[in-house]
Design a protein around this ligand. Structure first.
Ligand code: TYM
Length: 329
């Protein structure tokens, strides 16, 4: 069975973008692949966090993984920081990467534009930690949304460089970017990615949002001045984003949805989409409420930790030895 690895960082509540671009696909992939999914909590420390909120979000992501349909019998679910090999491998890969290539990472460039002196070092190096997260498990594929593609490319480059310096050691994985929904846009500013750090809370939908609030956010999403329900990413980014969300959540094609709302204007389209989104998130919230305070969640994370840490520990020990560290050849 081919292997997949992916993770989500607990820097804020999960958004509809995280669900559509990542978690929903993990649920499909667990049927066909050996899937490792983790909570990338070390990545949250690139900015200063409120400790109790961070701890809650870590558990929340684990609960949402299950609530969205990940099955712990099929997928291995674990918390990154509980496996020290991630940080250890990150250091070895820092010794295999260049400042120049990290400087080119778009997310770092965006964040450091204003004042790089007040940015933590980890904001610069975190793509290497992400490479470590991936390469430790020798996956064939890494399913991510569009914004993480560059980081997976970096992981590939680092793996190839390590292999050419030290002999075949890491599998070089392929990114898997969903055909639809790889970049869900902000509902108020549809030229910007939907993110938990958006300018206004009307721009993003959280998996924890109250269902009425979700409906209102969809209904007040920015559209365009004409009233055609037609996909045109350049000229009609708002409605195109809503069409994408509709299509992914309903399994209808964009063309089928366009046909359904011919000559109807935006009103009915938005009303129906609001129902679809609220109903699906409502179901997820029900399951989340059942699992969040149960003992089961800890058992799942313990089992995931046990399985993932064995693989990770073996790999880091072999990597140390490959580089001439320690005493064992
Ligand atoms: P993060 O936590 O920002 O996002 C988690 C996943 O959600 C996807 N995503 C989106 N997809 C579509 N539309 C959006 N608006 C949207 N917003 C987020 C992201 O592309 C991602 O797949 N560094 C990573 C976490 C990470 C990781 C890894 C991922 C750490 N180690 C190893 C894969 C493999 C991050 O910050 O993702």
């Amino acid at each position: 069975m081919q292997r997949m690895v992916s993770g989500i960082k607990p820097t804020g509540e999960l958004t509809l973008g995280n669900y559509i671009g990542a978690i929903k696909n993990f649920v499909d992939f667990q049927e066909k692949y050996e899937l490792f999914v983790f909570i990338a909590d070390l990545h949250a420390l690139t900015t200063i966090q409120d400790k109790s909120k961070l701890r809650k979000r870590i558990k929340d992501i684990a609960a949402f993984y299950i609530a969205c349909g990940l099955d712990p019998e099929k997928a291995t679910i674990f918390i990154q920081s509980e496996i020290p090999a991630h940080s250890q491998m990150s250091y070895l890969l820092e010794c295999t990467s260049y400042v120049g290539e990290l400087n080119r990472m778009t997310q770092y460039k965006d964040k450091s534009k204003d004042d790089s002196a007040s940015i933590q070092t980890s904001m610069f190096t975190y793509p290497v930690l992400m490479a470590a997260d991936i390469l430790l498990y020798d996956p064939d594929f890494v399913p991510v949304g569009d914004d993480q593609k560059q980081h997976v490319e970096l992981a590939r480059n680092i793996a190839e460089r390590f292999n050419s310096r030290n002999g075949e050691f890491f599998k070089v994985p392929e990114p898997v970017i969903p055909k639809a929904g790889a970049r869900i846009m902000d509902l108020q500013n549809p030229t910007k990615k939907m993110s938990k750090s958006g300018d206004t809370d009307k721009g993003y939908i959280l998996l924890t949002d109250n269902l009425n609030l979700i409906k209102n956010k969809i209904k007040s999403a920015v559209t365009d001045s004409d009233t055609l329900v037609k996909f045109d990413k350049e000229k009609k980014p708002g409605i195109s984003n809503l069409l994408t969300i509709y299509s992914v959540l309903s399994n209808l094609t964009i063309a089928e949805i366009e046909n359904k709302y011919t000559n109807q204007g935006y009103g009915n389209f938005k009303k129906d989409l609001a129902e679809i989104v609220a109903t699906q998130i409502g179901k997820i919230q029900e399951k989340y409420n059942q699992i969040i305070n149960s003992n089961k969640l800890n058992q799942i994370l313990d089992a995931g930790l046990e399985k993932a840490s064995k693989i990770a520990h073996k790999k880091i020990m072999k990597a140390n030895s490959k580089l001439g560290l320690g005493r064992k050849k």
